[in-house]
Design a protein around this ligand. Sequence first.
Ligand code: DON
Length: 551
Amino acid sequence: MKTLAIYLALALSASAANPVRAKQAMVVSRESNATDAGLAALKAGGNAVDAAVAVGMALAVTHPSAGNLGGGGFMLVRFADGRTTFIDFRERAPGKATRDMYLDASGKPTQDSVRGFRASGVPGTVRGLELAHKKYGHANWNSLVQPAVKLARDGFQVTYGLASTLKGNRGIAEFPESKRIFQRGGKYYEPGEIFRQPELAATLSRIAADGGRDFYEGETAQRIAKEMAAGGGLITLEDLKNYTAVERKPLEGTYKGYKIITAPPPSSGGVGILQMMGVLEKSGYEKSGAGSAAAIHFVAESMRRYYADRAEYLGDPDFVKVPVTRLLDPRYISKLRESIDPAHATPSSQVRAGDLTAYESAETTHYSIVDKDGNAVAVTYTLNGGYGSGVTLPGLGFLWNNEMDDFSAKPGAPNMFGAIGGEANAIQPGKHPLSSMTPTIVLKDGKPFLVVGTPGGTRILTSVMLTILNVLDFGMNVQDAVNAPRFHHQWQPDRLQVEPGISPDTRALLEQRGHKVEISRNICEMAVIQFEDGWLAGASDPRVEGKAAGY
Ligand code: DON
């Protein structure tokens, strides 16, 4: 028996995929030049926040579908001394935004929230990275932006993945300035060619010299305001001047003794993973085994229930009261757990957002960084859709977000991720659209254990949770946890998306339980770091061309 156990353990470890291991520091991002920029900042004596600035700026050059100056995001930090913070640099609705601005004369949602000049919220990236750096960084700001300037000015090699998304994107093809820059006027970049972006290099040089002042008040701001007005956009100089990034307290919860530090509203992600993991914690779902139909079913049912609450209750906490405590009340969570039938899917038509009155008391990209002192940073930032709104303003060289689509244009009408929402997420000037971005840090015995995040729209929070569960409940190493096939349910539409790696017989068992199973390729792209026995293990997602590297 003992021999068999040893044999099995060996067989398991032999089949495990290897993460990248390093002793002191680690960066995992979606693109190799950006990872290198972060690592260089760390080696030069910068901390994880400094490295996060360097990676964020570099991705704005080398991963233009999501890396950005014209978008926004969230940064979660857990310092080695135990302090935590969450920097919300999500876009805000412009001053001229109105509740029904994306409805046509007959009251139907238009495509204006997705494509073109009117789709953008006021960007937060430059302000957010600057705020993080001013408060928590050590390195010189200019030195952190310079690698991005150089990558834009001197160029970098186009990868296979970048070449194909540049070719495939309809948005950039529609706007002459974007088409000129990103598709060379229609003569597409091929893998291996050098991509130079001189206008972006000039914008980045001004930001390197003058920081947020340039972007929100100075030359860049003036040019943005002028070109936005010329193109019919809403964003004014006043909007830029008024933009502030906000520091918030991260949400905290526990799962089987691990501490989960995660994203508060206006992210829907942290509340989501804490509610879903609460439902799972005492269910024993994991006994059926990783990837089993019974486990997938139970987890999917927890997802379905949260997304009903999400649609009803989640929005910008600066504008609406989000009942976080009640959504995470253990009694409410027990009721949710009890409502799950292990043998049958509950049709979404029978699931409604919970009545919480009884509980009164109570294309995006992610990168993860750990420095030599043990400070951990998780950043998810985005233009929303791949290449955002498709718009590049003349002379500035960077793409604009279409984050306004994350608001509910109309109660019950799905956005580009099929998510629906209501009053809590209606458009108002200055408001942040609801997000799914969920940078998360897990502690074990009070010490950092996992730094996790991903892009993927509404599938972000479920993929963050699945990756954590793969490590905590199924004992996978971090690379296996990232590689494992994923699945997703979001209440509406009532379907269970599964990656092709979920076997046909498992899918059949799920269908027998009443799930409408749909195959979906590449659910999310994780960037994860695990602390293990004095080592750091970095896992970039094999679904994309990322890079984990450390020293
Ligand atoms: O904040 C959000 O939830 C979305 N704007 C994220 C979009 C996204 O992840 C797209 N990437 N695949």
